[in-house]
Design a protein around this ligand. Structure first.
Ligand code: NAD
Ligand code: GLY
Length: 376
């Protein structure tokens, strides 16, 4: 499979903080050389989880050593969102320090978004900051979380509330690793792909509608095309607004509703992040339609696409606790002056940031959509 390359161009005058994203098959075996070419031979600390370690850590370390890097003993964390918390982070930091890293040490995040967010946050603060490389192995991480430099952990108060912006030095998205990803995880990752279409790429949304059902079955060429288009979309937005002072908030489409549902589900695998995003985007479109902003047909088109690709669009039957949902929404990072900010849409491809949404309106909306589901 051919390898395609993109670059995240970060507009910083004094130093070049841009980085390459390589996308294709066989990249794990080339990781050592690709890193060496760009960053030189380094002491490498691979961080991964216990699902990814089995098939992928040995080939990665072999490739690193063959290119002249020294491998510190890797760190393997328990898989899943439950690991994205302070105690796991503290344990990981202590384990990393026990390996006597220095400022040249390169952290290599091998895994999904959980590993990437944790390892990236560690890289941001270890010895006051070291370089890191993202080797994403889930569709979600390849199309979204590995690019853009948001790192961090969850809190009892909500998702991703503690963290740092810290850009990777290189992203290697090896499409072959998606072959071992469980189908439900592949589908969940597709939610973040479709999101780019809903934000501002209506033609890509149509592409997702046409090819999505085959893509979620694991078609490698379609997966590569989706990762490429998604990374291009994300790179463009991150280059324009690295620290989310404006346009980058669009990437949060569906996340204010979705994060509340994910937090209420308890971060324990009942609702994957991508599934929460799929539901959140459906709710954002439906809320937009009910406010008279978006044609109801566009909300229906999105729901039909999700249905065809095995993605949820409604809260779980157990998610009727409106005060808890509102409490999570009130803690969202986009909020201003105590009022909820949502990303809404005037139609497919026409997302916009809407600050100052009346709390009562959102409460009434939650009452309506959760009652429908609880009644069904
Ligand atoms: P994940 O990291 O939990 O991975 C999902 C599951 O797949 C895990 O059990 C993992 O062990 C397993 N897995 C990973 N790669 C595999 C492979 N190739 N074969 C077999 N199993 C594999 O979840 P995710 O969906 O990748 O990421 C979700 C996280 O990403 C959330 O915490 C979310 O907040 C975060 N996120 C961050 C950003 C960002 O910009 N930093 C963006 C989107 C999402
Ligand atoms: N996933 C949202 C962002 O990176 O900004």
């Amino acid at each position: 499979m051919t390898i395609t390359a993109l670059r995240v161009a970060l507009p910083v005058a004094a130093e070049d903080r841009g980085y390459d994203i390589l996308i294709g098959g066989g990249l794990l075996a080339r990781a050592g050389a690709e890193i060496e070419t760009r960053l030189g031979a380094r002491p490498c600390l691979v961080i991964t989880d216990n699902n990814v370690a089995g098939p992928y850590i040995a080939p990665l370390e072999e490739s690193l050593r063959a290119a002249g890097h020294r491998c510190l003993p890797s760190i393997i964390i328990p898989a899943g969102e439950e690991s994205k918390n302070f105690s796991e982070f503290a344990a990981m930091a202590e384990e990393a320090l026990a390996r006597k890293p220095d400022r040249k040490t390169l952290i290599v995040a091998l895994g999904g978004g959980v590993v990437g967010d944790l390892a990236g946050f560690l890289a941001a603060v270890l010895l006051r900051g070291v370089d890191f490389v993202q080797i994403p192995t889930t569709l979600l991480a390849q199309v979204d979380s590995a690019v853009g430099g948001k790192t961090g952990i969850d809190s009892a108060h909500g998702k991703n509330l503690i963290g740092a912006f810290h850009q990777p030095r290189l992203v290697l998205a090896d499409i072959d690793t998606l072959k071992t990803l469980p189908p439900r995880q592949l589908r969940a990752g597709f939610a973040e792909v479709v999101k780019y279409g809903v934000i501002d790429r209506p033609d890509f949304f149509s592409w997702c509608g046409e090819y999505g059902p085959r893509l979620v079955e694991g078609d490698a060429a379609l997966l590569q095309a989706a990762v490429m288009e998604s990374c291009a979309a994300k790179a463009e937005i991150v280059a324009a607004d690295e620290r989310e002072s404006g346009r980058r908030a669009l990437l949060n489409l569906g996340h204010t509703f979705g994060h509340a549902l994910e937090a209420l589900a308890g971060f324990g695998g009942r609702l994957y992040h991508g599934e929460a995003v799929a539901t959140g985007v459906a709710l954002a479109l439906r809320f937009s339609a009910e406010e008279g902003l978006c044609p109801p047909e566009d909300a229906a088109r999105y729901e039909a696409l999700c249905e065809n690709c095995g993605l949820p669009t409604k809260p779980l039957a157990s998610q009727g606790d409106i005060p808890a949902l509102m409490d999570f929404m009130m803690g969202d990072k986009k909020n201003q002056d105590g009022a909820i900010t949502l990303v809404l849409a005037r139609g497919i491809g026409k997302a916009f940031v809407a600050p100052g949404i009346e709390t009562a309106k959102i409460e009434a909306f939650w009452r309506k959509v959760t009652k429908e589901k609880l009644a069904s």
